[in-house]
Design a protein around this ligand. Sequence first.
Ligand code: NAD
Ligand code: IPM
Ligand code: MN
Length: 349
Amino acid sequence: TRPVKLAVIPGDGIGPEVVAEAEKVLDAVTAGSGIRFDKSRFSLGASRFLETGETLTETDLEAIKEQDAILLGAVGGVPGDPRLKNANIERGLLLKLRFELDHYVNLRPSKLYPGVPGPLAEPGDIDFVVVREGTEGPYVGNGGSIRTGTPHEVANETSVNTAFGVERVVRYAFDLAERRSKRVTLVHKTNVLVHAGGIWKRLVDDVAREHPDVAVDYVHVDAATIYLVTNPGRFDVIVTDNLFGDILTDLAGAVTGGIGLAASGNINPDGTFPSMFEPVHGSAPDIAGQQKADPTAAILSVALLLDHLGLTDEARRVTTAVEDDLAGRGGAPRTTAQIGDAIVARLQA
Ligand code: NAD
Ligand code: IPM
Ligand code: MN
């Protein structure tokens, strides 16, 4: 079989540290299996910008489009760094990739693994997936400001929600629920955002009719933050827009043992473009370069990547190795590399 073309974007801050461990795990799980990954490295992010003034060149983008999948660490500099004022890393690089590669499903699973000390006293079973819309909503950049910088400034940021865009991600969420516990929760703010909320509600109701065996409910986003803390077990598949999904998944990461464990996939389900797998967290400038970052989120992102490529056995093996490692945690803190090595050792055991 032909090798899998994989773009590796280590990025900034802890990105390269966690990606190094993710690659060790990928190499270990595929060693001797006949599956080959043909990796191409892309130097992208704040550090590239500081060196060259470039954010994402057309050449890089075209080369990335030729890949089968992408593994990304994290991009972004120290918030507020004046040298990055014009870098536009988030919008010009990360969101540009998600939009150009039509990553309309931002898949963010949250599971409280046995042995992981979460912040909740009585967490119960936590195992849900946030299906975050990835190409629309308030993220489209449809905004502007007039009289900028004056006391009369007016700044607008418009949320764009198309029937096409909402329906396709809602369908994905229902299909996913069919393979899980058959519950879909729409999270939005329909009481205030009546237009955006209206289209989401209507399309969820429409698609729900095709899935009579899936239980559907609706929760306002503010209340959703309550339930994510008081009763996270009530959720199976959450479907929501780009911004609500962003916020909820940092919270979800925190309630399931920390952002260092939260993995994600930016999926193009049609297979027209490569999907991109990355931890939910950012470049964490506060701990960068110190081997303090937990690489588990990046490693679980490799499991999502393998699963997406149909390498389900390999994905399962990675997840099991991570589960074993998590179950055995406690004791002295380990470096990023020590955690990666321990997971590799579990894989090889
Ligand atoms: P962050 O996720 O980088 O950090 C938030 C907190 O979580 C910090 O205290 C950090 O130390 C901790 N943390 C994050 N990952 C961790 C890990 N693996 N192990 C242990 N602790 C971890 O969020 P931020 O500080 O808001 O953003 C920093 C930069 O990253 C910004 O430039 C932001 O735009 C960017 N960012 C990028 C991505 C991405 O590339 N996908 C995602 C989020 C933020
Ligand atoms: C994430 C990040 C990004 C987002 C930022 C860095 C653009 O927070 O992946 O969750 O808001 O989607
Ligand atoms: Mn985020």
